[in-house]
Write a protein that binds this ligand. Structure first.
Ligand SMILES: [Zn+2]
Length: 205
């Protein structure tokens, strides 16, 4: 999240809008100004549609009680899709990572979202992640492989190793995306082909 920043030279309501837009990830001061003045020029209908869309996600989106993905129906569309392979679960850090992996069309199984990664620096321990919920899913023996598709950085590696150690005694095969993804990067920014290859060439932990 960006630091609060107060623009000068704009009417107070416009300055307020610029400030709010600047809080969004990836929106710098100039981008926030451009967006604000774009919205100023837009019709009242367009502005209302945007405001409603924002409020609607806040009102209607919940976490799937099975995979912890964001959804408006529970269980989510992926969990309730009879066509998906229930023996493989791909574990990711964030809901956005599911979009990246779905784009590769290389995974026909289910997902599990941890909602973060183990990071001692930021005070995030395993108990703050949705790991317990993952263990519950492995109880009935349907799942034979868990693919750790955490980010290719230190926190992602640590999370993957931690889950691997927990899952192995349960008799489930634990694999990790193959190396080749840009180190230190985020899964969601990996190009589809590289990610598809990393998924295909996954290795046992
Ligand atoms: Zn789900």
């Amino acid at each position: 999240m960006n630091e609060p920043w107060r623009p000068s030279g704009a009417a107070a309501p416009v300055a307020k809008l610029i400030e709010e837009l600047h809080r969004l990830p990836g929106v710098g001061p100039k981008g926030a100004q451009r967006l604000a003045y774009h919205l100023l020029r837009a019709s009242k209908q367009e502005a209302a549609a945007l405001a409603e869309a924002i409020l609607e996600v806040k009102d209607k989106i919940v976490l799937c009680t099975v995979c912890q993905n964001t959804t408006d129906v529970d269980p989510c569309a992926i969990c309730s899709d009879a066509g998906r392979d229930r023996s493989i679960i791909c574990v990711v850090e964030e809901p956005l990572d599911i979009l990246a992996i779905e784009r590769t069309r290389g995974h026909k199984g289910l997902y599990h979202v941890l909602h973060g990664s183990i990071s001692p620096m930021e005070g995030v321990g395993p108990e703050q992640l949705k790991i317990r919920e993952l263990l519950v899913r492995l109880r009935d023996g349907t799942v034979t492989e868990v693919i750790m598709a955490t980010n290719p950085n230190l926190e992602g590696e640590a999370t993957s190793m931690y889950c691997g150690r927990l899952l192995e005694p349960l008799g489930v095969k634990v694999t990790r995306l193959a190396r080749g993804l840009p180190m230190g990067g985020d899964l969601e920014y990996a190009d589809d082909l590289t990610l598809a290859r990393a998924l295909e060439n996954r290795q046992e932990l």
